[in-house]
Write a protein of this length. Structure first.
Length: 367
């Protein structure tokens, strides 16, 4: 008797997610295993799949630690967007559909259709606007669901501009005990989970986010300053402009790009001098800070919102680390589900061997 679809796959389908990013907290947290699980679930459900990567995955050994890595396992009918050079190492028959003209560090991205089950190395476009083109091409090829395989330290593929939802892979490889891993994961979820701006704030900032840069608004809702400058270095200019317009009362500051520590410190300074400040970012993937920074801004009475919220589709767990420090799979899973009852939380390998418990917790018979 065939097993029912996994709760993670059910969640993706029920939510109508058409582009899903699979993102690892760090190397060896089980991202590829989670991706393979979703590819297998889609194949079993006869759903047409597109697949690409914002980095490189499926190589035989880890490029940093030289540990053996699980391959990316693809199924017949899957359309893959990958660098042409990776096809030489593919362990699966495939048919070339088209060349995209999009260049990556590993060569031109091409579209291929997988003809039988097997393993592939996948290396996709590295720039967000190229990824958007690739996703559109995969949809034109009939993909009902497209999976974006993420790369270490590059969370922009989780942006709502690219993905409808994010599967976050975490595990023992983060280091420390179970409590440490849960804390680190909670901090990442806090950054990704910046709440959505209200309609009035979104309308106020819409023009800025059509382009790039930073801007300030005053208490009369009038724009005080806007410039297409590099956001990582915009802190000093924002503070100078805020001083110049101090009488207007700064109510909103917005930033379209990446927010690092220097710019964040400028936000904190603005919040100190302008109570009730609203800080608007594109989405949580643009924040290169930590949870303590979020708390520091909130303590000053400021509100952080995102133009587009990130939807967490699920959290996958890997209790094993190639560096040692393995967790008990059942205990780790129980603790993680208690920490995030609002999410589908699964160790896709352990839950495969314990389907009844998983179904009772998150499946169709859950309360």
């Amino acid at each position: 008797m065939a097993r029912p679809p996994s709760p993670l796959w059910q969640r993706l389908r029920a939510a109508g997610m058409h582009t899903v990013a699979v993102m690892g907290m760090a190397k060896n947290t089980g991202k590829t295993v989670a991706l393979n699980h979703l590819l297998a679930q889609a194949a079993a459900d006869d759903v047409a799949v597109g697949l690409t990567s914002i980095g490189r995955d499926g190589e035989e050994r880890d490029a940093v630690f030289n540990f053996p890595k699980p391959p990316v396992s693809v199924w017949p009918g899957t359309v893959v967007a990958t660098a042409r050079s990776t096809l030489q190492r593919a362990k699966v028959r495939h048919k070339l559909i088209d060349a995209t003209g999009i260049q990556s560090p590993m060569g031109e991205i091409v579209l291929v259709k997988v003809l039988d089950a097997g393993d592939m190395e996948v290396a996709g476009a590295s720039r967000s606007h190229d990824q958007q083109r690739v996703i559109a091409l995969l949809r034109q090829c009939g993909a009902q669901v497209t999976f974006l395989d993420g790369a270490l330290g590059r969370s922009q593929h989780a942006s709502p501009a690219l993905a409808d939802g994010v599967v976050l892979a975490t595990g023992a490889a983060l280091g420390g005990g179970v409590a440490d891993v849960l804390r680190k994961t909670r901090e990442k979820l806090a950054l990704l989970g910046v709440p959505q701006a209200d309609a009035a704030t979104s309308a106020r900032c819409a023009g800025l986010f059509d382009g790039t840069g930073v801007a300030l608004w005053g208490r009369a809702d009038e724009p005080l300053f806007s410039a297409p400058i590099a956001t990582l270095n915009a802190g000093a200019e924002l503070l100078a402009q805020a001083d110049a317009h101090a009488d207007a009362g700064i109510t909103t500051v917005a930033c379209t790009g990446a927010v690092g520590r220097a710019l964040w410190r400028a936000f904190e300074t603005l919040a100190t001098h302008h109570p009730g400040l609203t800080v608007v970012v594109a989405d949580g993937t643009r924040l290169f800070i930590d949870r303590a920074d979020l708390a520091a801004l909130a303590a000053r009475g400021a509100r952080l919102v995102a133009l587009r919220p990130i939807r967490i589709a699920g959290i996958t767990l890997n209790p094993f680390s190639p560096l040692g420090g393995h967790f008990d799979a059942a205990a780790f899973t129980t603790a993680a589900r208690a920490a995030w009852p609002q999410h589908v939380v699964t160790d896709v390998l352990w839950d495969t061997d314990h389907p009844s418990e998983m179904e009772l917790t998150h499946g169709p018979f859950a309360a």
